[in-house]
Design a protein around this ligand. Structure first.
Ligand SMILES: Cc1cc2nc3c(=O)[nH]c(=O)nc-3n(C[C@H](O)[C@H](O)[C@H](O)COP(=O)(O)O)c2cc1C
Length: 167
């Protein structure tokens, strides 16, 4: 099974999980890049507002062709109880090329399930597995157990390995 991890991350949490998933599967990985560099505290409110009003962000063209992969694993931070605008923009531009999908997110504490429902609606497909990681999980190491559960779900749903490696 050929897998591709596509993620957006501004402060590194989602990137950490994305890299762990890609390493587990030996899969290709690509970060969604914004057209403008919005990092910095001053953009926090604008980012939340754009997410809340469901505006797609302005993103750079992606290099990987998702249609060439059996499973695309999409990861986003949660902003204002929504998926992030850059991930929304990626989905809008590529949804017809996504075969099987799985979703993951990182969050302060809430909003992930709602964002996953939004992503499934936007794509028009249910994910084979989902993974919601909180900032607390990252601090305590609880993310590792959640990752293993995620790998097992993917294995069961796709017919791949269910031991968490190289599905
Ligand atoms: C603009 C903004 C809005 C946020 N809104 C939420 C939220 O509604 N719920 C939540 O649990 N965390 C929220 N967070 C926290 C992020 O989801 C969390 O820190 C995430 O791990 C960041 O991922 P990243 O480091 O990959 O960018 C928000 C963060 C930002 C910057």
């Amino acid at each position: 099974m050929k897998t591709l991890v596509i993620y957006f991350s501004r402060t590194g949490h989602t990137q950490k999980i994305a890299e762990a998933i890609a390493a587990n599967y030996g899969s290709d990985i690509e970060k969604i890049k914004e057209v403008n560099d919005w990092s910095g505290v001053s953009r926090y409110l604008a980012a939340g507002r754009d997410a809340m009003f469901k505006r797609p962000g302005s993103i750079q063209s992606a290099h990987k062709e998702p249609a060439q992969y059996d499973l695309i694993i999409l990861g986003t931070p949660i902003w204002a109880w929504n998926l992030s605008p850059p991930m929304r923009a990626y989905i809008a531009g590529h949804k017809s090329k996504l075969n099987q999908v799985a979703f993951f997110c990182t969050e302060g504490g809430s909003g992930g399930k709602r964002a996953f429902r939004q992503m499934a609606d936007l794509i028009g497909k249910q994910p084979v597995a989902t993974l919601e990681v909180t900032e607390s999980d990252l601090k305590t190491g609880a993310d590792k157990e959640k990752l293993n559960t995620f790998y097992h779900s993917i294995g069961h749903q796709t017919g791949g390995s269910d031991d968490g490696t190289h599905a």
